[in-house]
Design a protein around this ligand. Structure first.
Ligand code: ATP
Length: 333
């Protein structure tokens, strides 16, 4: 029988979806989109519990249209997340592949950061087609302009610092705020601009405490400014309590440290995170796995959803916008 010359695509019957690494608001919206897009196309979806650990141990829950109801607005991940040391070993990887074969899993959607994508690359190399969806608050995935959870996290930081600002202002203080970002300063830079920080310290740009914090503060003191915010990315390795003491000693401004910590990860995802997570989850199934295309990373580029080869994506580099950093310096005086 002829099919008109078109290549016959045999659609996968069973796929799995997992969330891995640090949780990010919007992961649930992505899971929901993956599940709904697959289910309406008669693909069975297994939700993997606790990231790659669940893939190793066969900890699965079958997901249908209604099992992902009422999660689009929730932070965290209903599938739970984990960092799996075992999966990064050859033996762990072998076990995960065995489990995939046993359950008839023909494709895996991995929602996480670049560590999780390395796991997806290794699985893909061993014959289990994977599609990565960028879910990390840090926005540090090279092939993507934007990652799921970043926008919510930025807004959470801004809300928290706005509150700290009220007391900072009322007492003519300086507050040194530490925000997340082990290797990337996107959160610190953009939140720092949004809250009007006098100084922003990020891992990508060299700084000198004397020149870039103390002297900037002293200059603005001379223009009658009396309260100050300094935003520090955790990855720069500065002890914010010590920095606050140093600022107080040199400027005479009473200074406190504030480490925002895990509060930054939580909360209901913003509109942007929900919409992008939905678009990316839908794309992963409809444009990739349903066409038997694996070994890809879904990405946001200039507002569009696109995809890259997973190996290529992991070798790309992303650079902080130095012009934006200069804007922050010019305006926060
Ligand atoms: P985030 O940075 O937002 O927390 P992430 O996905 O980068 O997210 P990681 O802890 O780096 O978080 O990675 C998550 C999991 O991915 C690890 O616990 C491990 O199981 C797996 N993984 C990481 N790197 C590799 C690797 N090189 N090879 C195989 N698996 C890996």
């Amino acid at each position: 029988m002829s099919n008109g010359g078109k290549a016959m695509v045999i659609i996968m019957k069973t796929i799995a979806v997992l969330t891995s690494g640090g949780d990010a608001p919007g992961m649930n919206a992505a899971v929901r989109a993956v599940v709904r897009t697959a289910c309406v196309n008669d693909i069975k979806v297994l939700g993997v519990v606790r990231g790659y650990n669940g893939l190793i141990n066969g900890d699965f829950v079958e997901l249908d249209l209604r099992s992902v109801s009422d999660i689009i607005h929730r932070g965290g991940t209903k599938l739970y997340s984990a960092r799996s040391a075992e999966f990064a070993t050859e033996e762990g990887m072998r076990k995960a592949i065995r489990t995939c074969k046993e359950y008839g899993i023909e494709g895996v959607v991995v929602i996480g950061g670049d560590g999780s994508f390395r796991g997806a690359r290794d699985l893909s190399e061993r014959g289990i087609p994977c599609v990565g969806i960028p879910g990390t608050i840090d926005n540090d995935i090279a092939c993507c302009d934007y990652t799921i959870g970043y926008d919510t996290c930025l807004n959470t930081i801004m809300d928290c610092v706005d509150r700290v600002r009220d007391t900072t202002e009322s007492h003519d203080r300086c507050t040194v705020v530490e925000v997340m970002g082990r290797r990337a300063g996107y959160l610190a830079l953009n939140a720092g601009i949004a809250v009007g920080a006098t100084s922003i310290l990020i891992p990508e740009i060299d700084f000198d405490i004397q020149k870039d914090v103390i002297e900037r503060m002293q200059r603005t003191q001379r223009t009658d400014k009396k309260h100050f915010l300094v935003v520090v990315a955790e990855g720069v390795g500065v002890d914010v309590t010590e920095l606050a003491k140093e600022i107080q000693a040199q400027t005479g401004v009473e200074s406190r440290a504030c480490i925002l910590g895990h509060i930054q990860r939580g909360g209901s995802p913003t509109v942007q995170d929900r919409v992008m997570a939905t678009r990316m989850g839908h794309y992963a199934v409809k444009e990739l796995l349903m066409k038997n295309i694996g070994n890809r990373v879904v990405a946001a580029k200039k507002g569009d959803v696109v995809d890259y080869d997973i190996f290529e994506a992991l070798n790309m580099e992303k650079h902080i916008d130095e012009e934006l950093y200069q804007v922050a310096l010019d305006v926060s005086i």
